[in-house]
Design a binder for this molecule. Structure first.
Ligand code: ATP
Ligand code: MG
Length: 418
């Protein structure tokens, strides 16, 4: 992609109406645009990041046996009356059209469960795991955390259906592993803790994946022996001890909930009478689990964790591009233009995703943009580098640049981004 006709404008000063580091950086670097509090447009750069995260999550969900579908955002209010949540779900947006009432889905049990009812009849139809990427709508009162707390945001939500609790437990463990893989692949595993949280009335615990950051709105207590954590909301119930090893020396940290997995048991299957007949022909209520991850929240969290005083520092699997290629002085120096253009074409042909800054702009402007945008590898072609028959290569995470002979540049770059 060439910078000069790409929908990307960076801004030098941080937006005044943002409090969070992630929103400041993502707005400044041209990844997102704020429409109103908690409502953001994803610009081409931001959307590329979302797509990469989406692909990673999809891959892990499919490996665990999930089947993707796409459910509506507009739900008949009567579905929510059935579970009692029309009155109790505080963050829900309601719509009215004459006599008809709808809600904008803040979550999708009220759609997924009646849908599964039309498919599941016997034990042969089980287990079943359905997932989607879908926008959720929630009246978040405190929308101050930028991308980490939106009023409209994309969630991957998966609903699993089982014949018994043992089968749910097995699948739950599989999902735990899939989530751990996801956080590893997006570059958050070192700071993300499997966290015991309250399970409501139908299960002892639910589990959250909590990522350490000062921007987080949760408090967790880490057991350094087990490398797990407990959410503040249930710590007193556990008498301040680790539920796994009894350790009483827990470390308090601020964190953000990046994912949540839940054993629902029959909470939603019962009100919809979602049942099956077992091998003996007896009717039984289906056992369920649900598993969510917010995509914008992940983008915001990655921006908080992976940034420095100069800007964003994307982990390579989620970076919008692999390489930020800069040409300097190309308008006056034909050889620079020719070399940079050629390298750009060769990289593209090799399947490397390149953002090519071929604009007529000062070196300072191009370098500070490269740092702000945070693509893992910066490559510079200038009269100076060509005087050494080389191009300059620098990692976003390192201070020092190095020269690579022009004819070897393609190979070197490909080796660096692997
Ligand atoms: P929180 O306590 O932070 O409001 P929640 O308990 O309401 O989160 P869930 O209903 O479990 O969240 O949603 C599943 C996942 O969706 C969360 O783990 C988080 O990753 C994401 N998520 C929830 N609310 C938001 C939001 N307002 N903006 C972006 N992502 C969100
Ligand atoms: Mg919430």
């Amino acid at each position: 992609m060439k910078r000069s006709n790409y929908y990307l404008k960076t801004v030098t000063t941080a937006p005044k109406d943002e409090q969070s580091v992630n929103a400041k950086l993502l707005v400044q670097a041209g990844f997102v645009n704020k429409l109103s509090a908690g409502v953001y447009s994803l610009l081409p750069l931001g959307f590329r990041v979302l797509r990469k995260i989406e692909d990673i999550i999809r891959d892990e969900m499919e490996k665990a046996g999930g089947q993707e579908l796409f459910l509506p955002s507009m739900h008949p209010a009567k579905n929510w009356e059935k579970t009692g949540r029309l009155a109790t779900y505080e963050d829900i947006y309601k719509l009215k059209e004459g006599e008809k009432e709808f809600v904008l889905g803040p979550t999708h049990e009220e759609v997924a469960v009646p849908l599964a009812k039309s498919f599941i009849h016997s034990y042969r139809d089980l287990p079943l795991a359905l997932f989607q990427f879908q926008n959720k709508f929630r009246k978040e009162l405190r929308a101050k955390s930028g991308l980490m707390r939106g009023r409209e945001f994309m969630m991957k939500d998966l609903y699993s259906f089982h014949a018994d609790e043992t089968d749910l437990d097995t699948f739950y463990d599989k999902m735990t592993e899939a989530y751990q893989n996801i956080f590893k692949r997006v570059g958050l595993s070192e700071k993300t803790f499997f966290t015991f949280a309250s399970g409501g009335s139908f299960s002892k615990y639910s589990h959250e994946f909590q990522t350490l950051t000062e921007a987080g709105e949760d408090l967790i207590y880490i057991c350094d022996k087990c490398k797990i954590a407990v959410n503040k909301e249930i710590i007193s119930e556990l008498k301040n001890t680790c539920p796994q090893c009894g350790n009483q020396k827990l470390r308090e940290e601020k964190a953000v909930e990046v994912g949540n997995i839940f054993k629902l048991k029959t909470k939603f299957s019962a009100p919809f009478d979602l049942s099956f007949s077992d091998a003996k022909g007896e009717k039984k209520t289906i056992i369920m689990g649900c598993y969510g991850i917010g995509l914008q929240r992940l983008i915001g969290t990655i921006a908080e964790v992976w940034s420095d005083e100069k800007g964003l520092v994307w982990p390579k699997n989620v970076s919008p591009f692999d390489v930020y290629l800069i040409s300097l002085g190309a308008e006056k120096d034909h050889k620079v233009k020719k070399t940079a253009d050629k390298l750009y074409e060769e990289l593209k042909n090799a399947g490397v995703e390149v953002l090519y800054d071929e604009r007529e702009a000062s070196p300072g402007e191009k370098f500070s943009d490269a740092d702000l945008i945070g693509i893992p590898l910066r490559v510079v072609v200038s009269p100076k580098t060509l005087a050494n028959s080389s191009v300059e290569i620098k990692k976003r995470t390192e201070k020092e640049a190095s020269l690579s002979p022009t004819e070897k540049a393609l190979k070197t770059i490909i080796a660096e981004i692997k």
